[in-house]
Design a protein around this ligand. Sequence first.
Ligand SMILES: NC(=O)c1ccc[n+]([C@@H]2O[C@H](COP(=O)([O-])OP(=O)(O)OC[C@H]3O[C@@H](n4cnc5c(N)ncnc54)[C@H](OP(=O)(O)O)[C@@H]3O)[C@@H](O)[C@H]2O)c1
Length: 301
Amino acid sequence: MPKIILITGATDGIGRETARRLSADGHHLLLHGRSVPKLAATAEELRNRYGAKSVETYQADFSALDQVARLGLILREKHHCIDVLINNAGVFKTVHAAASDGVDLRFVVNAFAPALLAQLLLPILPADGRVVNLSSAAQASVEFAAPGAKRRLKAMDAYAQSKLALTMWSQAFAKERPNGPVSVAVNPGSLLATKMVRKGFGVAGNDIGIGADILVQAALSDEFADATGRYFDNDVGAFTSPHPDAADPSKVGRVVGMVEDRIAEYLREPLHACLRPADTAVTRDAFEESGRAGFYGALAS
Ligand SMILES: NC(=O)c1ccc[n+]([C@@H]2O[C@H](COP(=O)([O-])OP(=O)(O)OC[C@H]3O[C@@H](n4cnc5c(N)ncnc54)[C@H](OP(=O)(O)O)[C@@H]3O)[C@@H](O)[C@H]2O)c1
């Protein structure tokens, strides 16, 4: 049966490859990206080459949490149910290491944004729904001063810390919700052939399909139906233990607390108060399909 699946960072790399596979299988795809032209090109490719019948596009820059919040609200307005959220958007090397509020960009995009989006979509994620959080083999102890520190972390340190933060958060999110939705962290495989790897490591990388296949399985297969709170390492092809810090309740508590503190202001009601209409976050076609006007229509114009 076709599912409604939201993929963040669907305009390139593993996210786009996953979207291709899911389109070919007839699922209704909600594609997120930060670039409107790349979103349009991806949607067109899915329709023309992969037979996608049903694709929506949503634009938001995840380095700005208010854009993530707006995206979550708009998705809630438009959809009563999203079966699967694949939290795939991620960043490693970047020209600017700090987001607009001075916080390390890797933490914002790789950890805070996916946590915020999942929290906002919780009302429309069914009990048997899934949240797939993209982890990595690169995981490192989180330095608590790191996200907002004046001393900038090296790219790999920031990346690995942000990935452990998301992995811990994924566990904690699951623990609080034993009846679902499933929350699972997945390392899609190391050094897969994407621009992140080409730019970050200067190598062509391994078959990107390795990553897309495991994300499709995490999203839909029975093997992952009881996997809530777990970590799947596709380098070894099995559920394993993440970084040892993820087994230390006090460290988990501190890291998850940090994530929750960072996103709290965007979860407060009324949510609209934190959203400035000047920042447009969603492309027009999603609204035109919905036929909605009013507050969200104004944002889209
Ligand atoms: N490739 C690997 O070997 C590997 C290994 C372990 C984990 N991962 C994880 O897998 C996920 C996908 O990575 P990838 O290798 O496919 O990298 P990629 O090709 O660079 O794709 C990353 C995606 O995230 C989007 N993105 C980046 N910054 C964003 C922002 N500020 N706001 C919104 N979207 C943003 C990108 O948008 P644009 O298209 O506009 O650039 C792109 O769609 C990441 O979470 C990564 O950490 C990858």
